[in-house]
Design a protein around this ligand. Structure first.
Ligand SMILES: Nc1nc2c(c(=O)[nH]1)N[C@H]1C(S)=C(S)[C@@H](COP(=O)(O)OP(=O)(O)OC[C@H]3O[C@@H](n4cnc5c(=O)[nH]c(N)nc54)[C@H](O)[C@@H]3O)O[C@H]1N2
Ligand SMILES: Nc1nc2c(c(=O)[nH]1)N[C@H]1C(S)=C(S)[C@@H](COP(=O)(O)OP(=O)(O)OC[C@H]3O[C@@H](n4cnc5c(=O)[nH]c(N)nc54)[C@H](O)[C@@H]3O)O[C@H]1N2
Ligand SMILES: [Mo]
Length: 734
């Protein structure tokens, strides 16, 4: 804790902390504080590997002092969603929340309580789990399953490897001779601190880099030797055709396949057309993907012969209808080329779930939930694997289905009729599919409490607003993941206005609800305990330095042990091998969820009859100037990257659209008014609206804020992929 005392008055002090934003990077911030006010934010300029923050992190001061910050608890006075509030005290706010939780539980049962949660800027202590723990001990709640980020990737990883941990630390990219950035733009999305730094060095060491993406991304511009534009949602077809080339040219690694996999023959039969009479040739794929057959052939040859090679399967192509097939196919190719369990290879997704313990260094105990009593005894969902744990529970609803569940309740087959939502760390209405439908559904609830930092689109729907503070105003710890480290997130200033930390809010609310055994430790005791059980040596020293870099003897690569101990260390699948054919998937008998990876044509694809009315495919990339909806209001960042719809020059000309024009983007679900960015950096037939701009409908319901989810459809893929990159729209000049 840092207070301006007589001794420090007028002096500038510099504190090291960790940015822990919803991009995934845990970069270092040096925060200058004078008289209790942040004056400047710098980043790492010390020993390599540095943990350099991007411009978002370095603009954090504007976020702390954002005029949109929630200053004190408030209650709604206008219509729900209108955004009219009145100041109340913390006591009144928490009494109201506790009272409503009790009323709804007693009147309708605990299942009527929806728990809507997101990643936000959380650390090991100050996070959503605190409220999950509270609601669990209170009697239960309705939770969801399906991570918006990469549910299809998780599913494919579990089906193929039997574990969801298939990642490598970022430094292992230095061992790759070829890096395929497949729907991956880490210059913008970071995900793990230092990704760009390792890619830079990999280039310097001579690695070839190829980007497969409908957009010519910043990463492609910076690193790639070749850009291969591809029609969104068709990646599986291209991967399958690459398998065709490898098989017919005998480039695949038969020893690897024989030793470590099952089901290759089944996949081969499909690829060669033995199963359905359609050989999946590069020519076949060209018709689907828009990628010339020769380009597909060349990439297949390179991926099969340049060793080792990392096909980094970005998670955005997985956020499509049937996106799980893309991840399954990418894993099949990694196996066919023997790039699993070896340095410089890559086994799966671009981003591994941080799930503490996912990398080979120890982390300590956290204050977390202890389960939801309402899930006890509920059988697992049919389309799930045991390793998914609680999120496999059939009691849960899919994250895209909350609005539908509120509107239909039990009569729609959902577990309950929903009455109350506790919203923490998510801008749900803005970030989940079909925003207009969500906004309509939220109006039906009896009570909504939102715990937030700023007046977001979601906050406007609250009945009670609980203001929570930023990372600068509380203590916490960040865990690195693919760049192994621990960062102390130091409280550098007192909480602004009447905002409180998540930890404080949860403790107070537990007290109001009379929950016994909620928590018996202070903030510092929890953080100390966490470090005690981890690889970081000493808490006091860690706190002082602000950062501990975990030194691994070599870059970490998943499944190295399986390769080194042939037959003795099985993969944790039913067969003990990598399952290119999964018996478990076969037994699920779910339509469009085949036991081998297969190309399944998406709904709202280019070939859908709906494309006559809405001829452009919409993708929704992750924004450079924001982490989702966060940082949106910061003047510096707004100036840097205006929110716009990216449209190809050819498509713009055909519509009489010039760069900077205000255009209408619409489909049957919604409409927005947004500026056009006319560019060759997106392929024809595709438009991109970066997700996360704030929902701001006018009186006609036309969104003026650029919130792309007014256009997306709330239908999950069979394995739970969040299909935010599948959808058709039209663009017109006003
Ligand atoms: N169309 C489309 N939609 C998408 C995506 C897409 O690609 N396309 N991506 C999806 C993905 S991958 C994700 S992960 C989701 C993200 O969706 P969200 O998790 O809803 O996104 P954020 O904007 O990060 O929302 C976090 C909110 O928490 C607040 N916050 C920050 N710190 C704290 C804190 O300490 N406590 C509390 N209580 N609140 C805090 C922030 O102000 C912010 O409003 O969006 C999904 N939505
Ligand atoms: N700056 C910033 N960084 C972030 C976030 C953020 O909001 N802002 N969010 C964080 C979170 S929670 C997540 S989950 C990750 C998301 O990380 P990603 O999913 O990797 O990010 P995206 O920008 O959605 O997509 C990456 C690339 O995929 C391309 N793409 C889209 N659809 C397709 C397709 O069908 N096929 C192919 N081949 N390419 C396609 C896009 O053009 C884009 O260049 O990023 C994290 N990092
Ligand atoms: Mo995400």
């Amino acid at each position: 804790m840092v207070r301006s005392t007589k001794k420090t008055a007028g002096m500038e002090q510099v504190f090291v902390t960790a940015c822990n934003s919803h991009c995934g990077g845990r970069c270092l911030l040096k925060v200058h504080v004078k008289d209790g006010v942040i004056t400047r934010v710098e980043t790492d300029d010390e020993d390599e590997p540095q943990f350099r923050a991007c411009f978002r992190g370095r603009a954090y001061r504007q976020r702390v002092y954002d005029p949109n910050r929630l200053k004190y608890p408030m209650k709604r006075v206008g219509e729900r969603g209108e955004g009219k509030f009145e100041r109340i005290s913390w006591d009144e706010a928490l009494d109201k929340v506790a009272g409503e939780l009790r009323r709804v539980k007693d009147t309708y049962g605990p299942a009527s309580i929806l728990f809507l949660q997101g990643g936000a800027d959380t650390g090991v202590l100050q996070h959503r789990d605190l409220i999950e723990r509270l609601l669990g001990k209170f009697g239960g709640f309705q939770g969801w399953w399906g991570t918006a980020s990469f549910e299809g990737g998780l599913f494919a990883t579990l089906a193929s490897y039997g574990t969801y941990l298939s990642g490598s630390t970022r430094d292992d990219l230095l061992n790759s001779r070829l890096i395929v950035m497949w729907g991956w733009d880490p210059v913008v999305t970071v995900q793990e601190c230092n990704t760009s730094w390792y890619l830079t060095q990999a280039r310097e060491r001579g690695a070839k880099v190829i980007a497969v993406d409908p957009r010519y991304t910043d990463s492609a511009a910076t690193f790639a030797d070749q850009w291969i534009p591809i029609i969104p949602g068709t990646d599986t077809a291209m991967l399958v055709a690459m398998a065709y080339v490898m098989i017919t040219e005998e480039l695949h690694n038969k020893v690897f396949l024989d030793t470590y996999t099952v089901g290759f023959e089944r996949f081969r039969d499909y690829v060669l057309g033995m199963e359905d009479g359609i050989p999946k040739t590069p020519g076949w794929a060209e018709g689907i993907t828009g990628v010339p057959a020769q380009t597909i052939t060349n990439l297949a040859r390179q991926y099969a012969t340049i060793k080792p090679a990392a096909l980094v399967a970005g998670i955005a192509p997985g956020r499509t209808a049937y996106g799980e097939q893309y991840h399954r196919a990418a894993i099949a190719l990694a196996a066919m080329t023997g790039n699993i369990g070896v340095h410089g290879g890559w086994a799966g997704m671009s981003w591994q779930p941080r799930g503490y313990g996912g990398y080979p260094y120890k982390v300590g105990k956290r204050l977390t939930g202890e389960g939801n009593p309402l899930e006890v005894g509920a059988p697992p969902r049919k389309e799930s694997f045991p390793a998914q744990g609680a999120s496999a529970s059939s009691f849960r609803i899919h994250c895209t289905k909350v609005a539908d569940a509120i509107l239909k309740g039990k009569s729609g087959g959902y577990p309950a009729d929903y009455k109350l939502a506790y919203v923490i760390g998510t801008n749900y209405v803005n970030q989940y599919l079909d925003t207009n439908k969500i906004a309509m559904a939220l109006k039906k609830l009896e009570f909504i409490v939102v715990q937030e930092q700023v007046m977001t689109a979601m906050a406007r729907f609250a009945d009670i607003l609980l203001p929570t503070c930023t990372i600068m105003e509380k203590n916490d710890i960040a865990v690195g993941g693919g760049t192994p480290m621990f960062g102390y997130m130091r409280k550098v200033i007192e909480p602004l206005h009447e905002s409180r930390s998540q930890f404080e809010i949860a403790n107070k609310l537990a007290e109001k609800l009379g929950i016994k055994g909620y928590n018996d430790k202070t903030e510092d005791e929890w953080l100390r305990e966490f470090i005690k059980g981890s690889d970081a040596p000493d808490y006091e020293e860690f706190k002082r330095k602000g950062r501990y870099k975990v030194k691994l003897s070599e870059p970490y690569v998943s499944f190295k042990e399986q390769l080194a101990n042939v037959g003795k260390k099985p993969f944790p699948t039913p067969s003990g091998r990598i399952e290119l054919y999964s018996q478990k998937l076969a037994e699920m008998k779910t339509p469009n969820l085949p036991p081998i990876p297969k190309y399944v044509e998406a709904w709202e694809s280019r070939r859908d009859p709906l494309s006559k009315k809405y001829p452009l495919q919409l993708i929704t990339s992750h924004p450079k100037r924001r982490a989702h909806t966060q940082y949106e209001t910061l003047p510096w960042l707004r100036e840097l990257v205006p929110q716009a719809v990216l449209i190809n020059t050819h498509d713009a000309q055909a519509r009489g659209i010039q760069d900077g024009d205000l255009v209408r983007v619409f489909n049957d679900r919604g409409e927005m008014a947004i500026k056009a960015k006319v560019t060759e950096r997106i392929m024809p037939g595709v438009v991109d609206i970066p997700q996360g701009a704030w929902y701001d409908p006018d009186e006609k319901g036309v969104d003026r804020g650029g919130c792309v989810n007014v256009l997306t459809r709330d239908e999950p893929s069979p394995a739970g992929s969040f299909p935010s990159n599948t959808g058709l729209v039209q663009v017109q000049k006003y």
